[in-house]
Design a protein around this ligand. Sequence first.
Ligand code: HEM
Length: 410
Amino acid sequence: MNRLSLSGLQQWMDDRFPLTSTWRYHMSEYYVSKNVNWWYLFGSLAILVLVIQVVSGVWLMFYYQPSAERAFSSVEFIMRDVDWGWLMRYMHTTGASAFFVVIYLHMYRSLLYGSYQKPRELLWITGVLLYLVLMAEAFMGYVLPWGQLSYWAGQVIISLASVVPVVGEELVVWLQGGYIVNEATLGRLYAFHVIGLPLVLIGLTFVHIVGLHHVGSSSPDGVEIKKNKDANGKPVDGIAFHPYITVKDLFGWGIFLILFCAVMFFAPTFGGFFIEPPNFQEADPLQTPSAIHPVWYFQAWYAMLQSIPNQALGVVVMLGASAILLFLPWIDRGQVGSIRLRGLGYKIGLGVFTITFIVLTWLGKQEPTGLPVILGQIFTVIYFGYFVFLWAYTYFGFEKTKPVPERVTV
Ligand code: HEM
């Protein structure tokens, strides 16, 4: 009989499943530029938050009841009577906002280092799709506790489908499963939130990572480390993902989890930003809240919608604002990706774009009358203007860039 040993077990596995080769390809022999900085942490943080959301979400499902009669009280039950229920719920609500903080920073890294440029266009596209699905997932989850804002946000967002020509009104009734948001609507949002969209998110994340490991990560100074390999085929400016980046990421996870716990334990509503006060009241289909606005991470898009008087046009602009991101790899014709090498115009343009997004986010919470509406229109134009500028600036060769360095310098 063969002696049982670890290497024997490994061999047994390898004969039946590509365990060691997969580990090597994705971890111990996956090389990353030795100077990747903290901006490169957010992808792995997104995976961590995805796991937190799945674990806390499954837990919530043990007690949550997706019925108009009992949804709100089942959440109250979780908060007050279920052992550690409050922890699971606050983990899930904090996780929702944390997801968007992490994803926005992750996307911003792509703008800083041109991560969407060749050969990473598909990574960017799967990323934008992930972002769109994440928004749908967050919206659907938001309706589930059946608070006042849950209910009315559901009503406002689903009724946007009425702008579809000819069939719009019927479409809204079909989506809602009735003439108003009701029990049937809750049931379908629940189904999509707990299984439909999480499957898509996990599947897309898998594709995203497989794609990433095929082309390799970028480096902050624009060097493609694959271009310079030693005799063994190892990039001379690369370090192995495991153990070097795993250790770095684990440290980052630690800091993140400290901040996460601080919010979860001491400020779970985060001053009304993560859970808004009206949502502590049960949904009342007969009483519209005085102000309906979405959570902070949707407010930039909502500001665009609110500032355009024609609702159909508003919906098109709002959808177009995120859809345009899909085309970014072809809008930006720049010869270099890293901000360290780019022209002054790019830096100013990105600065203006950043401020624009923050201002729009702020505007999304203001009363939709007077100055906020005008500002919303101005900043919506600037938002789209950035893409036009970027295309013209790089297409007509206005950009004066620095040469890509030969080697990575730490
Ligand atoms: C659930 C959501 C997501 C997960 C779990 C995820 C995960 C990751 C991970 C682990 C990496 C490698 C580490 C890093 O570079 O930070 C990465 C890279 C990347 N991600 Fe994501 N990501 C997500 C969403 C997005 C979104 C929304 C975008 C953009 C719209 C995006 C675009 C990219 C790009 C372009 C890279 C390559 C970066 C480079 O090497 O320069 N990802 N992603």
